[in-house]
Write a protein that binds this ligand. Structure first.
Ligand SMILES: CC(C)[C@H](C(=O)O)[C@@H](O)C(=O)O
Ligand code: SF4
Length: 466
């Protein structure tokens, strides 16, 4: 029978069926960060258990780390406690650990692929919803809660219910000025934040094939914002080229064997998906969110929707609340919306290609005078080094952008990088929820090129004409 990529990875990892679609699944890889792991390690200690498979784990601090003045004491007690707990647990349990002062430190979803820890065909978990990012490599990768983190640490397995299969095919060719972020937003704009609920989404079609690994990661990163359990892209030569020679990738004969195996990791022709969606990639335009949900997208050339345009009463109510929170009025052109801050970073858009795209827009220009702060936060120390080798840091700082150290930063208000109440941020992150970037802060999700352009113009602007 023709099967999907998801079916194949699931079957390869099924330890035992427990009936009604539930199975015990073997977990190959486990990424650990400081927010969702302290209680899991406490649980192990309390039960007198050890870690089952030490080589399966890679730990790194990212959410709470300050992106400047790291040598000073952490100003936040809770952050400092979580960071100290990860340090101590790494030592006690002998984890493969990248500490805060290591040049490889960065956002867990950036360093996994960068280190060659993320590989096609594996099951990969992390106590973090954006673990879906790693699906770009054809890994079955998904976020888990803290009690599951403990379960995986102790047993290397999880009891899971199989999700349904969904395929999103992005046809055509992406127009100039549009990026993977616009693809991710266009898909969520079309299917909504519940569009993928109960499903694993395989992204396919010519646009996905043409995207770089960085771009595929951006799209898979936001699978979770579409409600999906995970996102997947079938591995191809681009995937293998990206992984070849990475520190933790297989080497020599093991590499050749791995590639031969990985080539079979794709959905069979004729495999049946429970849900199929097609998005015309040629129609995609640079997008901006106007509301407090990632599905609230409009073309930058468009306007804030009118309440009357929502047929569903619940959606209309939600839109009304969102407009009040966002300080926007119905029908307001998006290019009239002024920004107070710019944040270029997060596990969605902090890889080298993202920084290059932003720098290309910024080069030789200056941040608008009224912008309080514009920050560029590379996803890892290695991305930072690469960007500096290319002179991108100078492009940013010459324009008035701050060049920071790696971490989750202003993606969420868990570290000193926050936006104030009522402040409007052009942000390359993935969530525009109420209070996400600080209490009362207003988030607009955009691509790195669009965020850069907004910072220069001082308001949203169509990067294609900038
Ligand atoms: C802190 C962490 C548990 C959380 C997540 O699971 O996604 C964070 O990374 C986020 O993006 O909101
Ligand atoms: S960058 Fe943002 S979305 Fe990604 S893991 Fe950190 S907090 Fe979560």
């Amino acid at each position: 029978m023709a099967t999907t990529l998801y079916d194949k990875i699931w079957d390869l990892h099924r330890v035992e069926d427990r009936g009604e679609g539930v199975a015990l699944i073997y977990i190959d890889r486990h990424l650990v960060h400081e927010v969702t792991s302290p209680q899991a390690f406490d649980g192990l200690r309390a039960a007198g258990r050890g870690v089952h498979s030490i080589d399966s784990i890679l730990a790194v601090p990212d959410h709470n780390v300050p992106t400047k003045d790291r040598d000073l004491p952490n100003p936040d007690e809770m952050s400092a406690a979580q960071l100290a707990a990860l340090d101590a647990n790494a030592k006690e349990f002998g984890l493969n650990y990248i500490p805060m002062d290591d040049r490889r430190q960065g956002i867990v979803h950036v360093i996994g692929p960068e280190q060659g820890f993320t590989l096609p065909g594996v099951t990969l978990v992390c106590g973090d919803s954006h673990t879906s990012t790693h699906g770009a490599f054809g890994a079955l990768a998904f976020g888990i809660g803290t009690s599951e983190v403990e379960h995986v640490l102790a047993t290397q397995t999880l009891l899971l219910k199989k999700a349904a299969n969904m395929r999103v095919t992005v046809t055509g060719t992406l127009p100039a000025g549009c990026t993977a972020k616009d693809v991710a937003l266009a898909i969520i704009g079309k299917i909504g934040t519940n569009g993928g609920t109960g499903h694993v989404i395989e992204y396919a079609g010519p646009v996905m094939e043409a995207l770089s690994m960085e771009g595929r990661m951006t799209v898979c990163n936001m699978a979770i914002e579409a409600g999906a359990r995970a996102g997947l892209v079938a591995p191809d030569d681009k995937t293998f080229d990206y992984l070849n020679g990475r520190p933790m990738s297989p080497k020599g004969e093991a590499w050749d064997k791995a590639v031969a195996f990985w080539r079979g990791l794709k959905s069979d022709a004729g495999a049946v998906f429970d849900r199929e969606v097609t998005v015309d990639g040629s129609e995609i335009v640079p997008l901006v969110t106007w509301g407090t949900s990632p599905e609230d997208v409009v073309p930058v050339t468009g306007a804030v929707p009118t309440l009357a345009s929502f047929e569903d009463e619940n959606k209309r109510d939600a839109a009304e609340k969102a407009l009040a929170y966002m300080g926007l009025s119905e029908g307001q052109p998006m290019t009239d919306v002024k920004v107070d801050r710019v944040f270029i970073g997060s596990c969605t858009n902090s890889r080298i290609e993202d920084l290059r795209a932003a720098a290309a827009v910024i080069k030789g220009r200056k941040v608008a005078g009224h912008v309080i702060e514009a920050i560029v936060v590379p996803g890892s120390g290695l991305v930072k080094e690469q960007a500096e080798a290319e002179g991108l840091d100078r492009v940013f700082t010459d324009a008035g952008f701050q060049w920071r150290d790696p971490g989750c930063s202003m993606c969420l208000g868990m570290n000193p990088d926050k936006a104030g109440p009522g402040e409007r941020v052009a942000s390359t992150s993935n969530r525009n929820f109420v209070g996400r970037q600080g209490p009362g802060a207003r988030t607009h999700l955009v691509s790195p090129a669009m965020a850069a352009a907004a910072g220069i113009a001082g308001h949203f602007v169509d990067v294609r004409k900038f």
